[in-house]
Design a protein around this ligand. Structure first.
Ligand code: PAF
Length: 294
């Protein structure tokens, strides 16, 4: 059956009600400008919902998560192409509301406070961003009432915060993180890659090259991995670094002397031209053999 589109809460409730609640409901929240990374989230959603279940994709550019001077106005809006991706991926329902459908009274008075994890990294660079993300995700979960919701690991801190919100606020939904999809040269797929011209697109590979360099140096120790990643970025032309950090998997600080084979996450944010890009990668710090040498 062709994908069905709901623009209002009422239409959404009607479409979901008409499906009769047979199988599980899997939600993929997006801001549109869909690419193969999103397509992979939809594939995972279908796996989780099953053939009988319902896959819902929301497309909503959420004003609440953009700060002053950020790219809310120029964020790519490609609805027809997005619908074609959803159709190809066998999505059942697309929920594409206008802003006043999501925020009928204007800015909500009650919002979701991200807590300490929301103040680090992206939270430090983009004040208010995660409050906006968590608030809209809580609303989308309330409107769709899915059994499972799928998010990309590309936005690793966002995924960590949404997982924490679902658990801390007992939202009764399973949050699943899907692996980042990359171009052949390593660039993580992102809707914002569309802003890059050919030269910037080439320069943007510095982010993933830095992550791979850190990952490869990980067995030698934390300082070595950090130095390897930062060296790539400091040599990269036209890349203005915001941060390159190696954190624990929950994004807490790692002690300088980490135990051997500590799982960690390298995270990076940088500006290429006027476009701010982020990426991250799992890595392991220290091997038993290298212990004591770092
Ligand atoms: O990752 C995104 O596209 C957005 O932050 C999300 C989760 C859809 C909330 O607006």
């Amino acid at each position: 059956m062709a994908v069905q589109v709901a623009g209002t809460r009422e239409e959404l409730a009607t479409l979901l009600g008409a499906r009769g609640g047979a199988g599980a409901v899997a939600l993929v929240p997006t801001m549109g400008a869909l690419h193969e990374g999103h397509a992979s989230l939809m594939g995972l959603a279908r796996e989780r919902a099953g053939a009988e279940g319902t896959v819902v994709v929301s497309i909503f550019v959420n004003p609440l998560q953009f700060g002053p001077g950020e790219d809310l106005d120029r964020y790519p809006r490609t609805f027809d192409a997005d619908l074609a991706v959803c159709e190809r991926q066998g999505v059942d329902v697309v929920f594409a509301p206008a802003a006043d459908e999501v925020y009928p009274g204007g800015e909500p008075q009650v919002t979701v406070e991200p807590g300490p994890l929301g103040t680090l990294l992206e939270g430090a660079s983009r004040p208010g961003h995660f409050r906006g993300v968590l608030t809209v995700v809580a609303k989308l979960l309330g409107l769709v009432r899915p059994d499972v919701a799928i998010f990309g690991q590309k936005d690793y801190q966002q995924l960590a915060l949404i997982t924490r919100m679902a658990s801390d606020l007992c939202l009764g939904v399973e949050i699943v993180g899907a692996e980042t999809v990359r171009e052949l040269d390593g660039l993580a797929l992102s809707s914002r890659n569309r802003y890059l011209d050919a030269e910037q697109r080439e320069r943007a590979t510095a982010l993933s090259r830095a992550l791979y360099a850190a990952r490869d140096a990980g067995p030698r120790g934390l300082a070595e991995a950090l130095a390897a990643g930062r060296a790539v970025l400091s040599e990269a032309e036209g890349v203005e670094l915001d941060y390159f950090e190696i954190r624990a998997v929950d994004l807490g600080e790692l002690a300088a002397a980490v135990p051997p084979q500590t799982p960690a996450r390298a995270v990076v944010a940088a500006r290429v031209g006027t476009t701010r890009l982020i990426d991250n990668m799992p890595l392991v710090i220290g091997t038993a053999a290298a212990e004591g040498s770092s």
